[in-house]
Design a protein around this ligand. Sequence first.
Ligand SMILES: [Zn+2]
Ligand SMILES: [Zn+2]
Length: 327
Amino acid sequence: MKTAQVENGILVIKESDKETLANRKGAICKVLGCGLCGSDIVKLSHNLAKDGTVLGHEIVAKIVEIDSDTDFCVGDVIVTSHHINCGKCEYCKNGNVSMCRHFKETNLKPGGFSEYVFVSEEHLQNVAYLKPDNLSNDEAAFYEPLACCIRAIRRASLSENSTVLVIGLGSVGILMAQGLKAFGMNVIGCDLISSRVNLLKSFGIEAFCVNELCESIKADCVFMTSGSDNAIATALKYVRDGGKILVFSSTPQNFGYANNEIYYRELTVLGSYSPSKEDLKISLNLLKNNAVKVKGLSDYYSLDNVQKAINDTVSNKILKAYIEIGS
Ligand SMILES: [Zn+2]
Ligand SMILES: [Zn+2]
C-alpha cells in the first residue's frame, strides 16, 4: 500500500506492506481521507518525527475487515481519533488525559496518510463513531481537530456570555471561535489576514484585523490559536486583569508570558493539548447539528500531493488541506 513517510523533513510517497488483522482485534480500514493538522507540520519542521513515520490522524475511513466486539461492520464509514487515555493513572484522575502515557502510546497504524490503517479494538470501543450521513468526508474529518478546541473551551471553564478573543483565524481559530459561540460565549476573532477576518464574519462572529481591534476590549479569556510570537503581546494587551490566556499553539521562539505580568495582573495562563472521549463526543454532535460549520473550509489534495498541501498551508495559500486517499 501507498504511504506518505517522513524523510529528511518532508513527506515522500513509499510502498509498504498493507496492515493486516493477524491476531489483533480491531479493524483494517481503507482511508478515504485525512485532514492535515498543524501539528503534522510542526513535527516535520521541528524534526520531531523519525524518518519512516507516517503522519496524519484526522481520518475518515471505511472498514474493510473487522474482528471486534463492537457493532461496527465491514462497509461502515467511520471517524476516529488516534489516542485513548487509560482513565486510571494520576494524569487521567486529574483531568490531564492528554498527558496520560497510554494516551501517548496509542495510535493509528501506521498513520492517516496511508491507503489503509489498522484501527485497534480499543479505538473502536472508545473514540470511533459512524460518520454522520449529513456530513461529507472532508467535513467529518474535523471531528478530531474540533474536539481539540472543545477541550480548550472546557478547560478554560468560563461562565456563559464571557467575552473571549480568538487570536489567529487559521482553520483552528475558525473552529475555536465557532465552538466558543456554540458554548454561549461572546466571541471576537482577530487575524492579520483580512480574508480570514471576513471568513469568520461570514459565520456571524465579530472579527477584526489585529491593528483594528478596539482598544477597550477586555477579554475574560484569550484563546491563542496563532503560531506567531508577536501574538503573545496582543494576548497580554487584550486580556482583562484577572483573566485567562489559553495557549493552543507552539510559537517559533518559545519565549513566554512575563512572570511579573502574570503576578501583578493575576492572570491565568493555561495550555490545552489533545481531546478526551467526552470532547470528541461533543465535537461530533456540534458538526452533525451544524452548530460548527465546516463546509467548504478544506482544499482537496491527493496523497501524491501531500507535500504540496503542506507547502500551501505553510504559505497561507489555503486554510485547511484534506488529503483525499480512497473511495
Ligand atoms: Zn490534529
Ligand atoms: Zn491515564
